[in-house]
Write a protein that binds this ligand. Structure first.
Ligand SMILES: [Ca+2]
Length: 323
């Protein structure tokens, strides 16, 4: 894609295995997108396997100051036709090309990720291998741990993408960009607790719980589960002298396992809420085993998360965790 003195918008595209070469000229630019004095906006796009001399996937040249939002750059190569290594494996910014880059992944591009020449781009909330955002960049919230990108493939939707694998550093790590309401496969953003750094989102559903005075629900923090019909078990632990009055699943009275004091959301395919109300039993104030049992079950969780498990449950703040 060649842009000169223009301001196009590119949304939800995959640039794969493109080649920018001229047999007798080593300096060929941006095999995916080349911008010359152009303010191109690129959203939810994946760049993989592209090869050019300066900027394997994108070259921004001569005052090209566009925006690049929620894009993934992987396996791109800056290399000449005669195999001389060049620079800017994913992106090259030159001659006052101060692009704004947010929620993007730069991973396993060759020989580097971003290269700048006479430019001051801004990169925020990005995953960059080895922290390579290019000398001269202004950057914030750069993650350097593995995003666990899977191979470019048909993952559904109109274009091929690189799915984020389990344990990816990019899941729920992005900033909220209100103008980006879907991801590359066309499903609404965000999923789970927030925006992923990527052209896509890992589909997640949030299971949250609340409870009255007199007990607690475990886990005592909200959980996100992936969208593949998982089950999630929540356990109720009454305080000494209290018992369970009612369990509401998604606001509706629900049957639960009385023997184990648990409720299970089965084949999860959407967000769910659980509410448990406890009541004080008359004269039953010597059931210390209940407190001990609750402490045993919640002790390690409270230590790990720093959450207060000793209160009435109403003042606990839910925060984003993947469990
Ligand atoms: Ca997310």
């Amino acid at each position: 894609m060649y842009c000169e003195d223009t301001s196009p918008m590119v949304i939800g595209c995959t640039f794969k295995d493109n080649l920018a070469v001229r047999p007798s000229c080593y300096e060929t630019f941006g095999s995916g997108i080349y911008n010359y004095n152009s303010h191109t906006t690129v959203i939810n796009c994946t760049f993989s396997g592209n090869r050019g001399a300066w900027g394997g996937a994108i070259t921004n040249d001569s005052g090209s100051c566009g925006e690049i939002l929620n894009c993934t750059f992987t396996d791109n190569i800056a290399q000449s036709p005669n195999s001389y290594d060049y620079i800017g494996g994913a992106m090259c910014n030159m001659y006052s090309s101060d692009v704004i880059v947010s929620n993007c992944i730069f991973w396993e591009n060759t020989p580097d990720e971003v290269f700048n020449s006479g430019s001051t781009p801004f990169l925020g909330y990005c995953v960059a291998q080895n922290g390579n955002v290019g000398d001269g960049s202004v950057s914030s919230n750069i993650i350097t741990t593995d995003p666990v990108l899977e191979t470019l493939a048909d993952d559904g939707g109109p274009t091929w993408t690189c799915t984020l694998g389990s344990g990816s550093s990019a899941i729920n790590s992005g900033k909220t960009i209100e103008s980006v309401t879907t991801y590359q496969r066309g499903v609404p953003r965000p999923q789970g607790y927030g925006y992923d750094i990527d052209a896509n989102e890992v589909e997640q559903y949030v299971i949250s719980a609340d409870w009255s005075e007199g007990g607690i629900v475990s886990p005592d923090i909200a959980c996100a589960v992936s969208g593949d019909l998982e089950d999630k078990v929540l356990e109720f632990l009454p305080d000494s002298g209290y018992d369970i009055r009612e369990v509401l699943a998604d606001g509706v009275p629900a049957s639960y396992d009385i023997a184990d004091n648990t409720y299970t959301f089965v084949d999860i395919s959407r967000d769910h809420t659980l509410y448990v109300s406890f009541f004080m039993t008359s004269g039953d104030d010597d059931d210390k085993d209940k407190d001990k049992d609750k402490d045993d079950k919640l002790g390690s969780s409270a230590e790990d998360t720093g959450e207060d498990s000793s209160g009435d449950g109403c003042d606990i703040s839910f925060f984003g965790l993947q469990c």
